[in-house]
Design a protein around this ligand. Structure first.
Ligand code: GAP
Length: 496
């Protein structure tokens, strides 16, 4: 028991350090920080945006470039409001919430009850805690709001802020953000999309016809999605504005099991190539399915706060296309020339959260070493570093003149100019070489390239590797080849 507590408090500390690191070294900042931030909204800094774009490129290229039968689109965030009626989000995309009248705070009921159950378990009332969670799950599955009310009362659950049980009745709240479009007296209510998938469904026939796609085929998209999450926790894990990378794969009805398995296997391989160890990935089959799904699994990563979903794979049947056909009164049928029949295709969806993948990659790369370095006299004894896979690293190499004299700066700048068209680099000439290495370790730069006296004589530079801290000399003309081989997205793609 004691060990578990200690290790979970260690994990908490590691997570706190990671969040502080992400902010201090230019990866992720709270949004509008000068106004004290905005809950569950974040901005990406110079290294964060580069890391995010590299993950994005790996996903996009693996989907659209390596697969002959998948093409991409970029649909608008704002869609015709009937889209959300047809997709079921207007009626089904909601969570039971309750307000405390004294503190004026709103809570998601499942999280409020779960927090109470955790408290009970900590007070050695594990049986009571289990009963509470089971009763809650029964109520949630039956959408029994009155039952949830009764549970809150029976267990005397109080507001964490007001410490009172002065609750409103439990109500369903839709998670979509709405706004008005058009002149005030003639305005229409429109919604910010809660998933990118619908932009793909409504364009299904446009893409199929104009790109001359034959089933089975897929449409991929990367873009922002918005959800009015009431409880924002764990940094960028649960955001109100976030980015999804979704792919809808259109198939013949009856082949959904085969394709569901295919996409599970294909997506798991992507995580392995990304450098995530097998033991840190879990497959979680869904018992409680979203309103559109006939089968679903989550791919979970072992974050410092436990295994949590980073991607969902859903078997969506013809739910979305059939509903769009009904509401838009436009045929969504596909003519299968091989089978000589018309049908509405079934869909297997892969849906990854880009921000969660950034957090996963950072969590996996964040290392706090306490050991003595072996690589050179000027190396730090304790170091914190990001062991990012080199193709994901924001900066591929840092170029240093050892000293600011004897032409070393000019030579280092010439190397920078030679390589800058192909690779994101930094040039740094201030501070000791050890401090310059340490700075690059903190942002995950895989190589530091130093120009010294010997460079001026024989055209070789010192290459220092981030993870091993090993140093070796290399002729300048070979450096571009080294960076291409080890830091390009291609070096990941070829492993898929
Ligand atoms: N189109 C299907 C769909 O949207 P989902 O499981 O609700 O399915 C897919 O979301 C992925 O989007 C999740 O696996 C997660 O990575 C990401 N995601 C969902 N809500 C999020 C939030 N509030 N903040 C950050 N990422 C989120």
């Amino acid at each position: 028991m004691c060990t578990t507590n200690t290790s979970s408090s260690n994990q908490n500390n590691i997570f706190k350090d990671l969040v502080a690191h992400a902010q201090a070294y230019g990866f992720i900042y709270p949004s509008s920080e000068i106004y004290d931030g905005l809950q569950a909204i974040y901005d990406y800094g110079p290294y964060g945006v580069a890391l995010k774009r590299n993950i994005q490129s790996f996903w996009w290229q693996s989907m659209t470039q390596l697969q002959q039968n998948i093409v991409g689109i970029d649909a608008a965030i704002i869609m015709h409001p009937t889209t959300w009626k047809a997709s079921g989000h207007l009626d089904g995309f909601r969570d039971p919430m309750v307000d405390n009248k004294d503190s004026q705070k709103r809570y998601r009921v499942d999280l409020l009850i779960e927090a109470h159950a955790t408290q009970l378990a900590a007070q050695s009332k594990a049986v009571e805690a289990k009963e509470l969670v089971e009763a809650m799950e029964t109520c949630l599955q039956a959408a029994d709001l009155l039952g949830l009310d009764k549970l809150i009362q029976a267990f005397k659950i109080t507001c964490p802020v007001a410490k009172t049980a002065n609750w409103t009745p439990v109500r369903q709240f839709n998670l979509m953000f709405s706004t008005q479009s058009g002149a005030q007296n003639d305005a229409t209510t429109i919604y910010l999309r809660p998933e990118t998938a619908q932009g793909i469904f409504v364009n299904f026939l446009n893409v199929q016809k104009t790109a001359r796609m034959k089933i089975p085929f897929g449409i991929a998209q990367i873009g922002k999605a918005f959800r009015n999450e009431i409880v924002a926790r764990q940094f960028t894990f649960r955001m109100r504005e976030f980015e999804q990378m979704e792919m809808q794969f259109f198939i013949q009805p009856g082949t959904e099991k085969e394709w569901f398995n295919y996409w599970q296997k294909t997506r798991l391989r992507w995580y392995t190539v990304l450098g995530i160890p097998d033991q840190k990935i879990n497959i979680h089959p869904h018992k409680q399915l979203a309103h559109y799904a006939a089968a679903a699994i989550d791919i979970e990563y072992d974050f410092p706060f436990g295994f949590k979903e980073v991607e969902g794979i859903h078997s969506r049947t013809d739910f979305d296309l059939s509903n769009h056909e009904k509401y838009a009164k436009k045929k969504m049928q596909y003519f299968d020339a091989d089978a000589q029949k018309h049908y509405i295709p079934y869909v297997i969806e892969t849906s990854a959260g880009l921000d969660r993948l950034v957090l996963m990659v950072l969590s996996n790369a964040f290392i706090q070493e306490g050991k003595v370095a072996t690589g050179g006299a000027a190396e730090p004894k304790n170091r914190t570093l990001l062991k990012l896979p080199p193709p994901l690293a924001p900066i591929k190499a840092a170029i240093f003149p050892l000293l600011k004299k004897d032409g070393m700066e000019e030579k280092a700048l010439a190397i920078f100019d030679l390589l800058k068209y192909d690779f994101p680099l930094v040039y740094e000439s201030n501070q000791s070489i050890g401090k310059r290495y340490a700075r690059q370790d903190l942002i995950g730069t895989p190589y530091c390239i130093t120009v010294d006296h010997q460079t001026l004589e024989d055209e070789t530079v010192t290459i220092r590797e981030r993870d091993s801290m090993v140093q070796y000399r290399m002729v300048i003309y070979k450096v571009a080849h080294l960076l291409h081989e080890t830091t390009s997205i291609k070096s990941l793609l070829v492993q898929l």
